[in-house]
Ligand binder design. Structure first.
Ligand SMILES: Nc1nc2c(c(=O)[nH]1)N[C@H]1C(S)=C(S)[C@@H](COP(=O)(O)OP(=O)(O)OC[C@H]3O[C@@H](n4cnc5c(N)ncnc54)[C@H](O)[C@@H]3O)O[C@H]1N2
Ligand code: MOO
Length: 392
């Protein structure tokens, strides 16, 4: 049995960022990481652009100008201004080459075809220069930038419609157990509804991993072997739940051994999630999470989350941790370090009742896990505790 820190270090050391790339249309690229530098195909702005509604001027020594024309946003024409001439102009419109400043209309008095500006102005005032944001041929966004809505807007403003990004992993969720049935079927004695697959799929979707397939297998060694063999070959990540403990019908460990999955660790000194397995075969990472639903989800957030971030080459790979003030007392049973379902708000955290790893009701109310280290037995009101914020 290894420590939590060892387990975390081993996962970090065994997963390298994925270099598989894929092309995404820009509207589907949010959350992806760029596989290459994006070179701007145009200047942005593509022309000298007015930043104000007002008057474009060809500056001269007097404050009075002769109004000769008008340019609206989108107009293609370029009036030619002599010194002392002005054109009416609007925000976003192309500034004529012969104009060298814009005066906002609030600071201009008009009198028919004559206008008077309130004071002298400097060259290029209120003109957004050609290529001010990015120049044609320059790097618009660097390789490894994670795309967000602003990036999608920015790249679209450059006329870009698709991008090459790091492919997100293909993920298989495999649930195991004879007792598991789909909701919709009445339960026979001894059966329960299978819930881990939907729970983990939802957690993955919440993290924007959508290439997820669901598989289930009964407690049968041959079938487990066959299924695991095929999903490991065709996915970047396999998340198995159940069948990893020591019971006579827990076949996952035996099957992984038979398939020559390289065991990186099995069993972590922690509660919940003691029988956690992590291994690799070729480039596929394999987690076998305990079947108990709350244990499976805790392990997902503490370990699988990190593996996913590492695959995506992200810098922040663990969930954020905060020191928080406990609003309740808690006594730990046993010496395993514990992750406790909790509600965090504004620096305070409440450890909830109902921490059993088979129970999800408490988890459903939680937005955090409080970490109690091995050497702490007791938490008292107002003690500071380490709190992991969940992405919920
Ligand atoms: N003799 C020992 N027994 C157990 C130990 C041990 O150290 N010695 N460890 C216990 C701990 S801790 C855990 S956690 C569980 C893990 O067992 P498995 O990973 O083999 O999981 P299962 O036995 O298959 O299932 C456990 C529990 O979870 C329910 N389950 C399983 N899959 C699902 C699912 N997809 N949806 C909903 N519920 C699921 C299953 O029915 C069981 O109740 O082992 C302890 N035993
Ligand atoms: O590790 Mo088990 O998760 O305590 O129920």
């Amino acid at each position: 049995m290894i420590t939590i820190n060892d387990a975390i270090s081993k996962i970090k050391a065994s997963i390298s960022p994925s270099f598989k790339t894929t092309i995404k249309t820009i509207e589907k690229a949010n959350g992806y990481v760029l596989a290459n530098n994006i070179i701007s195909p145009i200047n942005m702005p593509p022309f000298r652009q007015s930043a104000m509604d007002g008057y474009a001027l060809n500056l001269h020594d007097s404050l009075t100008y002769k109004l000769i024309d008008e340019v609206k946003a989108g107009d293609p024409h370029q009036p030619i201004l002599k010194p002392g001439e002005a054109v009416r102009i609007f925000t976003g419109a192309a500034v004529p080459d012969t104009a060298n400043a814009i005066m906002m209309q609030e600071k201009v008095k008009t009198n028919g075809k004559q206008i008077t500006v309130q004071h002298n102005i400097t060259q290029n005032l209120n003109i957004r220069p050609l290529g001010e944001q990015v120049k044609k041929g320059d790097i618009a966004l660097k390789k490894e930038t994670k795309l967000n809505p602003a990036a999608i807007g920015y790249l679209t403003s450059l006329g870009i419609t698709e991008v090459s990004v790091i492919k997100k992993p293909d993920i298989a969720i495999i649930t195991t157990g004879n007792e598991l049935v789909e909701p919709g079927t009445p339960l026979k004695h001894g059966q329960i509804y299978e819930s881990n697959s939907k729970m983990l799929q939802t957690a993955l979707y919440g993290l924007k991993f959508y290439n997820v397939t669901l598989h289930k297998v009964e407690d049968n060694y041959e079938k487990t072997l066959q299924l695991l063999n095929s999903v490991i070959k065709t996915n970047d990540l396999a998340i198995i739940t159940g069948g990893i403990s020591v019971g006579d019908y827990d076949f996952v460990g035996k099957a992984l051994k038979e398939l020559k999955v390289n065991e990186i660790f099995y069993k972590v000194k922690q509660k919940p999630g003691k029988p956690l397995f992590f291994g690799k075969k070729n480039n596929t990472s394999i987690f076998a999470l305990p079947g108990n639903p709350a244990a499976a989800l805790s392990c997902f957030y503490i370990y699988v989350y990190m593996a996913l971030q590492k695959m995506m080459n992200r810098t922040e790979i663990e969930l954020p941790r905060k020191q928080a003030i406990s609003s309740c007392n808690f006594t730990k049973k046993g010496d395993r370090p514990q992750f406790l379902k909790a509600i965090y708000s504004e620096g305070k955290v409440e450890i909830l009742e109902g921490q059993n790893s088979s129970m999800l009701q408490t988890f459903a109310l939680s937005n955090a896990l409080v970490f109690i280290p091995e050497d702490t037995q007791e938490v008292k009101i107002n003690d500071t505790v380490e709190t992991i914020l969940l992405p919920v």
